[in-house]
Design a binder for this molecule. Structure first.
Ligand code: IPE
Ligand code: IPE
Ligand code: MG
Length: 224
C-alpha cells in the first residue's frame, strides 16, 4: 500500500456549477468553499500531512474584475472567520504564490501564515496568484544570482514548495484534462486523477475513492 504525504488539487468547475444551478458563476465559487472544508476534514481523517489547493492562477487575472473581486472577498471572509478554527485544529496555512493583492488581504494572509506557522497536524498550501512557469523562472534566476549550480537539488531549494514533498496525488475536478500551469516540476511522478464532477459537487466519497485507488497503484519511478 502506498503511503500518502501530499495531495494537490486543481479545484475546477465552480463557474459552470454556479451558472447551471444559480445562474451566477460567483454562486459557484461560494459553493466551492463548502467542498474545501469537507476535503480539509477528510484529509485530516486520512492522516495526510500536506494538502495543496489551487485557488487562483497567474492567468486568472484575465477574468472580469467583478469575478476576481468576489473571489478575493470570499477568501478574506474565509480567513477572518475560519483562521482561529484552523489554528485550533493544529493546521498550518502557507501561501504559495505572489502576495500582490490589496493591502488588507496581503496582511491577512501574512498574519494567517504567522499565526499557524508552528502547527503540525496538516499543512495547507494555498496556491494563490500561483504560476509554475513563473516559479521556475524565478528559481533559475535566483540560482544564477547566487552563483549556484543548476542541479535538481538546488532547483528544489528555490521553488515555492521548498521543504514540501512532491504531491503523491493530483486531482483535477471539472472534467478537463490539463495542468493549467500548476506545479509542473513537482508533479513529475504524481498519480493524476481527472474527475468529471464539478468542484462544488465533489465530496468525501469521491475523495476516498481516489485515495483507495492510489494506494493500490504500482509506482515505478522508471524502474520495473
Ligand atoms: C475554478 O473554477 C476556480 C478558480 C479558477 C478560481 P472555475 O471558475 O474555473 O470554474 P469553471 O471552470 O469556469 O467552471
Ligand atoms: C485552473 O483552473 C486554476 C484554478 C483552479 C485556480 P482554470 O479554470 O483557470 O483553468 P483553465 O483556464 O480552464 O485552463
Ligand atoms: Mg475553470
Amino acid at each position: 500500500m502506498n503511503p500518502i504525504n501530499h495531495v494537490a488539487i486543481i479545484m475546477d468547475g465552480n463557474g459552470r456549477w454556479g451558472l447551471k444551478y444559480k445562474k451566477s458563476r460567483n454562486a459557484g465559487h461560494k459553493a466551492g468553499l463548502n467542498t474545501v472544508e469537507k476535503i480539509i476534514r477528510e484529509t485530516i481523517k486520512n492522516k495526510i500531512k500536506y494538502l495543496t489547493l489551487y485557488a487562483f492562477s497567474t492567468e486568472n487575472w484575465k477574468r472580469p474584475k467583478k469575478e476576481i473581486n468576489f473571489l478575493f472577498s470570499l477568501l478574506e471572509n474565509f480567513l477572518v472567520n475560519k483562521i482561529d478554527d484552523l489554528h485550533k485544529k493544529n493546521i498550518r496555512l502557507k501561501i504559495i504564490g505572489l502576495k500582490r493583492f490589496t493591502k488588507k488581504l496581503n496582511n491577512l494572509l501574512i498574519e494567517s501564515e504567522k499565526k499557524t506557522s508552528r502547527n503540525k497536524r496538516l499543512q495547507i498550501n494555498l496556491a494563490l496568484n500561483y504560476g509554475s512557469k513563473y516559479e521556475l523562472i524565478n528559481a533559475f534566476k535566483s540560482l544564477q544570482k547566487n552563483n549556484k549550480q543548476i542541479s535538481e537539488k538546488n532547483i528544489c531549494k528555490y521553488l515555492l514548495t521548498k521543504n514540501i514533498p512532491d504531491p503523491d496525488i493530483l486531482i483535477r475536478t471539472g472534467n478537463t484534462k490539463r495542468l493549467s500551469n500548476f506545479l509542473l516540476w513537482q508533479l513529475a511522478y504524481s498519480e493524476i486523477f481527472f474527475e468529471k464532477k464539478l468542484w462544488p459537487d465533489f465530496n468525501e466519497k469521491d475523495y476516498n475513492k481516489i485515495i483507495n485507488k492510489f494506494k493500490k497503484i504500482k509506482r515505478n519511478y522508471g524502474n520495473i
